[in-house]
Design a protein around this ligand. Structure first.
Ligand SMILES: Cc1ncc(COP(=O)(O)O)c(C=O)c1O
Length: 374
């Protein structure tokens, strides 16, 4: 049960659907979630799970060797890149923070809140570096934030919740910086699969010879966060250290079975990425027609939107939609954003249109005194 006093706007994207279902008494199946950043269609290739049931009496293979081979192929990295699997990439974010210990970890914001939570949990100190106005990485400020206590830098590329893909040259610069200063860099690429073809890249191969680990997950692209499967790409040496800290069998047989099937399902991968690209185009143009909203460019499957009308907050919009079973991500409490930002995930055409039609019904003052600063 989610504490009934916690404001819904403070909940994680993955929790908020359950909370809306409870508070507004709407069955969970009826909730349309634009808050959780996952694909809207579950792949047919895992609908028949009867094969999985034959494995229920078994513990998972704790070296996960077959699954790791599929991950290597899916990631198109060299065979000497080591893989550590986790119960979602969330487990690996927490393991990384745990291994960094109680020093400082630099986190460019706005970004995914779990990095901060993981660092705080082990008694470390998150050091936040504000992005530039267009949400580009502020490399100079990151460099200036390094102190004697700094252990690591954690970034998300493309970034959640901004949708911004950092330039490859910025990432290379960070890799060079951590090598020179003896820090570790974590690059979370959970959304890289959604970047446009000409901008889609991974730094997975660099893990072999740099102080770098790269994270990815099946939750987003395949729309299956319930399975809980993520992984880290690392050098052999770093992987050994993470493996030692890992609790055995955290990745269960359903995740292994589903992961192996999904990573091979290239038809689904192609279909879903093109569906999302076309739906993103349609949704962006519909949102751009609303003078009270401003949409940020996105290389992911979600859009960050700013409400330009001072008298409408993201929380008000959230409440208005939640009563109808439509859930958006209110970004009021996201570090580096504020009460006029919300995030929506691209869903099917019918669902996106339903959202637009609800936005059309919002009572917006006829001549808004538009907010212009970020
Ligand atoms: C950037 C980012 N990384 C990791 C995760 C967690 O994903 P997983 O389901 O693999 O634990 C999320 C979930 O929202 C995310 O946005």
């Amino acid at each position: 049960m989610i504490d009934s006093k916690t404001p819904l706007s403070q909940l994680h994207g993955g929790e908020v659907e359950w909370a809306v279902s409870q508070r507004f008494n709407i069955p969970i199946e009826k909730i349309i979630s634009f808050a959780s950043t996952v694909s809207p269609v579950v792949p047919e290739s895992i609908r028949d799970s009867s094969l999985f049931f034959d494995r229920l009496h078994l513990y998972p293979p704790n070296d996960y060797s077959q699954l790791k081979q599929e991950i290597i192929k899916y990631q198109r990295v060299e065979h000497d890149v080591a893989v550590v699997v986790g119960c979602g990439s969330t487990e690996l974010i927490h393991l990384f923070a745990q291994l960094m210990g109680r020093g400082e970890v630099i986190i460019p914001v706005p970004t995914y809140g779990e990095y901060e939570a993981a660092v705080n949990k082990i008694g470390g100190t998150p050091v936040f570096v504000k992005a530039q106005d267009d949400f580009a990485l502020n490399s100079a400020a990151i460099k200036r934030s390094i102190s004697k206590r700094t252990k690591a830098i954690m970034i998300c590329n493309p970034n959640n919740p901004t949708g911004r893909l950092f330039d490859r040259s910025d990432i290379d610069e960070l890799v060079e910086l951590v090598d020179r200063t003896g820090l570790m860099l974590l690059v979370d690429e959970a959304y890289s699969c959604f970047a446009s073809q000409n901008r889609r890249y991974s730094v997975g191969n660099l893990v072999r010879s740099h102080n770098l680990i790269v994270l990815n997950s099946i939750s987003k692209l395949f729309g299956v966060p319930s399975l809980r499967l993520g992984w880290a790409l690392a050098s052999g040496e770093t992987a050994k250290i993470i493996e030692k800290a890992r609790i055995p069998w955290m990745v269960n047989n359903l995740a292994v079975w589903g992961g192996e099937k999904l990573l091979l399902d290239t038809n689904y991968q192609n279909e879903i990425t093109s569906l999302i690209a076309s739906q993103k185009k349609e949704l962006v143009s519909a949102l751009q027609e609303k003078s009270w909203l401003s949409v940020f460019p996105s290389e992911t499957n979600f859009l960050l939107v700013k409400i330009l009308e001072p008298d409408i907050t993201a929380t008000q919009l959230f409440q208005h939609l939640a009563r109808k079973g439509i859930v958006i991500r209110d970004c009021t409490f996201m570090r580096g954003l504020g009460d006029h930002f919300f995030r929506i995930t691209i869903r099917t055409q019918a669902q996106n249109r339903m959202l637009i039609s609800e936005l059309d019904k919002m009572k917006v003052p006829s001549s808004p005194s538009i907010i212009t600063n970020c």
